[in-house]
Write a protein that binds this ligand. Structure first.
Ligand code: MTE
Length: 324
């Protein structure tokens, strides 16, 4: 495409710079204040920074959530360090090393709006919302459209519980989701050629599927900004770009509007985006995936290994471009 815009997530592995060591600014400042010269002078281990980060978060005492054993993954967990330092979050840069820059995002107070075709619009703080939701941990595969993958323990609650709480009206068939918009905090949003804010959508049936999960934490602790704190989606049978981060709004609607990547390149990043090893991206194969943190490349599975849970959602939709 002549007018195709460059996307960092399409960088070849060889073009990706070495991972920066993640440093949580708040933890660093706390250590400095405590006079810990050693901690200030040496890179902080992510675990240490995460403890400090959690200290500012009113939901921290709720963690860890009990793991739901129903969702089994045979592969090893990706290390916490890899999952928190190799990220896509275009609001903070079109490359993978956004973990440090994303600490600028303040995740409290954080209000979530539920509106559109609902009985009554709701505006609720994230901590009040968490009190109303059934909290649990799930280990899911996570497959990016760029053909890398991770296995992450997400903490959060089933999206179905949020849909029930919103009380959508009978005419609602889609739920649109929107990321915060604050270009002063997230300089990527000053790049006017992207259609900010980041938006995504699911059918209501997909949102009610047992796998659709809203994430508040990772690795048994509150999520960090780079993973989409304080609320992001995890729909593991779809390519990762569907799993929108740092959500501020859920709008229930009869029709769907275009998502962020669909607006930019509709032939490459469609609405459905279900993982399918037999359907290549227009510019690369989706047959296999690089397992982050290992030297392994493994075959990609239909629906990313979740066929038994979701394939039925798409019966009768044969005319749709379900896989890209
Ligand atoms: N959400 C927002 N708001 N902005 C983004 O750039 N990137 C998407 C998705 N959600 C993105 C986003 C992509 S392409 C992927 S693969 C996943 O987030 C990455 O999630 P991770 O960094 O936690 O692995």
């Amino acid at each position: 495409m002549g007018n195709r815009r460059h996307r960092g997530w399409e960088l070849r592995q060889s073009a990706v710079t070495p991972e920066a060591v993640f440093q949580n600014r708040r933890a660093l400042m706390r250590n400095l204040a405590a006079g810990s010269i050693l901690a200030a002078a040496s890179p902080l281990w992510p675990g240490l920074s995460r403890e400090a980060f959690a200290a500012d978060d009113p939901s921290a005492p709720l963690y860890p959530f009990a793991r739901n054993p129903r969702y089994k993954v045979t592969r090893a967990l990706t290390s916490e360090k890899d999952a928190t330092t190799y990220n896509n979050f275009y609001e903070f840069g079109s490359h993978k090393q956004i973990s440090e820059a994303s600490q600028a995002l303040s995740v409290r107070p954080w209000t979530v709006v539920l509106d559109g075709l609902v009985e009554k619009p709701i505006e609720i703080g994230i901590d009040d919302l968490m009190k109303k939701m059934p909290l649990e941990e799930r280990v899911y595969r996570h497959r990016c459209v760029e053909a890398w993958s991770m296995v992450v323990p997400w903490s959060g609650f089933p999206m179905r519980a949020l849909v029930d709480f919103a009380k959508p009206k009978a005419g609602a068939h889609f739920v649109m989701m929107e990321t915060f918009f604050d270009p002063e905090t997230a300089p990527g949003q000053k790049q006017f050629w992207y259609p900010w804010p980041y938006v995504e959508a699911l059918t209501l049936e997909e949102a009610r599927n047992e796998l659709a999960f809203l994430v508040t934490g990772v690795y048994g602790k509150p999520a960090l900004p780079q993973n989409g704190a304080p609320l992001r989606l995890a729909v593991p049978w779809k390519y990762g770009f569907k799993s929108i981060k740092s959500i501020v709004r859920f709008t229930f609607a009869a029709q769907r509007s275009e998502s962020f990547w669909e607006t930019i390149a509709p032939k490459e990043y469609g609405f459905w985006a279900n993982v399918n090893p037999k359907v290549p991206h227009p510019r690369w194969s989706q047959a296999s995936e690089r397992v982050l943190g290992t030297n392994e490349t493994v075959p990609t599975l239909p629906y990313n290994g979740y066929e038994e849970f979701v394939a039925g959602l798409y019966d009768g939709l044969k005319g749709e471009k379900l896989f890209m």
